[in-house]
Design a protein around this ligand. Structure first.
Ligand code: AMP
Length: 146
């Protein structure tokens, strides 16, 4: 099954999890002209996508779908896993990186303590706890410098 016939596969990105972050990311990248396939196990989650979203939304368990090689994962340039479970994100990132050799793999982490696991696997991470801490620190220090 091919989802992006005729599209620029170099920019084909799979986003896993259409929660607050996944939906915002998918809508933003789609508005910038990138080909996006977003997967969520809950159909209602796709309501969070912007009305201008021009990609494909697919309902199902992403871990099972990607393990079976569905969604053209072997042709994807990037896989970004932002479900609400660190372990699911670790599994999906591992499948994308090791089984399908996807060039860019990013996973969201709730628990900063899990970061070392990803780094050992060569997977890029974003950790909202760490990013928010850095931002708070930087705001506090800017205010103190005024
Ligand atoms: P949020 O916590 O707002 O970032 O939302 C996370 C999203 O990930 C929710 O919409 C969940 O339905 C979705 N999700 C969690 N596990 C899976 C999975 N295995 N496959 C697809 N979507 C998932």
């Amino acid at each position: 099954m091919s989802f992006f016939n005729g599209h620029n596969k170099k920019k084909y990105t799979i986003i896993v999890g259409c929660g607050r972050l996944g939906a915002h990311l998918a809508s933003t990248l789609s508005d910038k002209g990138e080909d996006i396939l977003i997967i969520d196990k809950d159909n209602a989650s796709f309501r969070k996508l912007s009305s201008s979203f021009g990609g494909i939304a697919l309902q199902g368990d992403a871990e099972e779908m990607l393990m079976r090689g569905e969604c053209d994962i072997d042709a994807a340039e990037s896989v970004i896993s932002v479900t609400n479970h660190d372990n699911t994100n670790i599994m999906i990132a591992q499948i994308a990186k090791e089984k399908y050799k996807v060039p860019h793999v990013i996973a969201r982490l709730y628990d900063p303590a899990h970061e070392c696991v990803y780094h050992e696997l060569g997977i890029d991470t974003i950790c909202p706890v760490v990013l928010s801490t850095q931002e708070v620190y930087s705001i506090l220090h800017k205010e103190m410098a005024v």
